[in-house]
Write a protein that binds this ligand. Sequence first.
Ligand SMILES: [Zn+2]
Ligand SMILES: [Zn+2]
Length: 248
Amino acid sequence: MSTNIPKTVDKWLNNVQFWLLPPACILCRQSGQPGRDLCAACESGLPRLLHPCLRCVLPLPPGIQGEALCGTCQVLPPPQVRLLAPFSYSPPLPVLASAFKYHHRLVNGKELAAEACRYIAQHYRLSRLPDLMVPVPLHQGRLRERGYNQLLEIARWLSGPLQITIRHDLVYRMHETPQQAGLSTAARRQNLRGAFRMSENTSFEPGQMVAIVDNVVTTGTTIGELARVLLRHGAAEVHVWALARTIL
Ligand SMILES: [Zn+2]
Ligand SMILES: [Zn+2]
C-alpha cells in the first residue's frame, strides 16, 4: 500500500493545483481547454496559413491542388526544401509573439509552439523527420540584452514530442544584423553576408537533415542565409519550422 501513497498525493496535489490555478486563455483570460492556456474559441480564431507553398508558405493561387510550389519558388527555389509555419503574422500574433520575445511571456510561446508541434507532426506523417534542430542563433550582445533566446525555448518545446536533438552549439552569429526593414532583397542578403559561422571541427554525418527553428519569418532572408551555411557544411537537406510568417 505504501508504494501507492506518493502517486495518490501527487494526483491530489495536481487536482488542487488545477482548481486553484485553472489554465487561463492567453488571449481572453477565460478558462483554457483542459491543461492548456488557450480556449477553444480563441484557438479556432487564430490566423492560420491556408494552402501554403511548400518552400515559402506564401498562399498558392486558387485552383492549385495539393502540395505545390508557388511561381517564385519554381523559378528561384530557396535553399530550404520545406518551410512550415502554422500561422500568418497578423493579429493577434504580433501581440502574443512580442510579449514572448521581449517580456518573457513564456506561456504565449509555449501555446504557439504546441500548435506548431501538432502542425509539424501532421506534415511529416508519411515522410522522415529531420535529424537535428538548429534554432536561429542570436548574437551574444542581443542575448545579454534579452536575457534568453526565445528560439531555443521553442526548440525545447518541440524536441520532446518530436524526439529530435537540438544543436544550438553548431552555428554562431558573428554580428548583429542591421535593420532590414525597407531594404531590397539584395541589400538584405548583403547585410547578412557572413552573419553565421559553423563552430570549428563540426560537421554533419552523411545524410543528416536539419530543421532550422525560427519565431517569425518575415522575408526569408535570414533563414535562407543560415540554410546556405548549413548546406555548405554538409547538411543533406534543410527544413525550416517557424511559428508564423509575415504575409505582405
Ligand atoms: Zn480565449
Ligand atoms: Zn513559394
